[in-house]
Design a protein. Structure first.
Length: 478
């Protein structure tokens, strides 16, 4: 597979560069002046043309602007802590937002491995007479079903509400149950929480939500792909249990880019963007992604060994983890060269349990066969065009390793496909197709910072898209 990827990468880079050169040539304007129009001296002179009418004044845009979306956002945990502001259908003593980690069970089912409360409001089991039984019931109130939409490309967890009233303990894992819990949506916090069930993240500021006829109007953000800076702002209305977006504002930050490098492990959460230059921010992101790939490959090797994969695949995964240590150190060294200030580190909490073959195949398809493969292609491109010599040398070294890692992902996929039934293979193929669609949108809409693009060789949207489309036609067309 390595040789095939090498051939596809070479052709993709050449075609992308050729297409952009051709496009640039087509945009050149002719320097030959146009021939004057023929004149007829015998023709009567035309009366002077009426002066053009004054253009209409520009329309003042209605709806929210980018500036309106400044401020903190409220995730479900922050909103649960504000449930004292809600006007619920029936009284309760205690409510908590609980997250359960899942692992595959029989068939297509999932089972809860462990769970924990991430936010709560009220006092739990306050009646001394029933406190012991109540505490036991709360501990047992777990569910594999999530009230909120899952994060794309992430391994399964379930996030839901647990409500305790007297001796009764219940879980809320569906939209209908949440609506019944609230009753009439007659408080801003209820409207804010309802939007989170559709994947919105509302702004916390009270001035960003107002009561309108029949409900509430508020401002919220929503991710539209996996890039950490790729999201839109929405003017959202909540009427009854219906949530609709009335206006959309592009909130992407083009100069932050959308780095694609290595495997992101389950439990990886990016660090906040540094306050340093765009170049330092890019090196930070690359360093974090390469470092995060280390535990991802360690876990892959361990799980392949557990499932009886060929020894060669296990050893290649272990070698990949060692490669990523070097890659992360390389970016850290370049960052230090710029005397950058210390920044925050990403959160990486990789679960210890061994995943099923299908769960492993799902992650390998998304993180390996799509993201890691394209990351290897981009590294090869950067090794050719990066203007900064130390960066160009680093990308040249990384490109060879990443080509090996991409080949490993495809070889692992081949082995896993032989272990799965037809239905499981179809689900894996669907996950891969969904990631390809997300990448298509991300690459076309992300404009890198000009200096980062020049020094680091980060491809423009046109080049990135051209390379990606060539790869899709060669590798994923089937």
């Amino acid at each position: 597979m390595r040789d095939r990827l090498h051939t596809v990468f070479t052709a993709s880079i050449a075609a992308a560069l050729a297409s952009t050169v051709s496009a640039a040539g087509c945009e050149k304007t002719s320097t030959v002046p146009p021939e004057p129009a023929p004149t007829d001296s015998s023709a009567p002179a035309e009366p002077p043309a009426e002066p053009p009418a004054e253009p209409p004044p520009p329309e003042i845009p209605s709806g929210p602007t980018v500036a309106d979306f400044a401020g903190d956002t409220c995730d479900p945990a922050a909103l649960v802590a504000r449930f004292g502001e809600a006007k619920l259908a029936k009284p309760y003593d205690y409510v908590e937002l609980r997250v359960s980690q899942l692992q595959p069970d029989k068939g297509e089912q999932w089972k809860v491995v462990k769970s924990e409360a991430v936010a709560s409001f009220g006092a739990a089991c306050k009646d001394p007479k029933t406190a012991k039984a109540c505490t036991k019931a709360l501990a047992k109130a777990t569910s594999p079903n999530s009230l909120f939409p899952p994060g794309a490309g992430r391994m399964p967890t379930a996030t839901y509400l647990v409500v305790q009233s007297g001796a009764e303990v219940a879980t809320i894992t569906t939209r209908a149950e949440a609506v019944a819990f609230f009753g009439t949506i007659d408080a801003p916090v209820e409207a804010l929480f309802l939007t989170t069930l559709d994947g919105y993240v509302p702004l916390c500021d009270a001035s960003k939500a107002r009561e309108v006829e029949g409900g509430y109007e508020l401002l919220a953000k929503k991710n539209f792909n996996e890039c950490i800076n790729q999201f839109h702002g929405h003017l959202v209305t909540v009427k009854g249990e219906t949530v609709t977006s009335q206006a959309e504002v592009d909130l992407t930050t083009p100069n932050e880019g959308c780095a694609v490098a290595g495997r992101r492990p389950e439990g990886f959460r990016p660090a906040p963007r540094t306050a340093d230059s765009a170049l330092v921010a890019y090196l930070d992101e690359m360093h974090h992604l390469e470092a995060a790939s280390v535990p991802a490959f360690v876990r892959l090797a361990r799980e392949l060994a557990h499932h009886g994969a060929p020894t060669a695949l296990v050893e290649r995964a272990e070698a990949a983890a060692r490669d990523e240590v070097r890659h992360a150190a390389g970016f850290a060294g370049l960052r230090a060269r710029l005397a950058a200030t210390d920044g925050a580190s990403p959160a990486i909490e990789v679960p210890a349990e061994v995943r099923s073959l299908e769960a492993l195949a799902l992650e390998n398809a998304v993180e390996g066969c799509v993201r890691e493969t394209f990351g290897a292609l981009v590294a090869r491109y950067q090794a050719s065009v990066a203007a900064d010599e130390p960066l160009r040398r680093l990308f040249a070294a990384i490109a060879e390793d990443e080509l090996n890692h991409a080949a490993l992902a495809w070889d692992v996929a081949t082995w896993l496909n032989g272990q799965l039934d037809e239905a499981a293979r179809a689900r894996v193929h669907a996950a891969e197709a969904a990631e390809l669609a997300r990448m298509t949108v991300a690459l076309a809409s992300t404009e890198p910072d000009p200096e980062v693009s020049r020094l680091c060789g980060v491809p423009s949207p046109a080049i990135a898209t051209a390379m990606f489309e060539r790869c899709k036609a060669s590798l994923w067309a089937a």
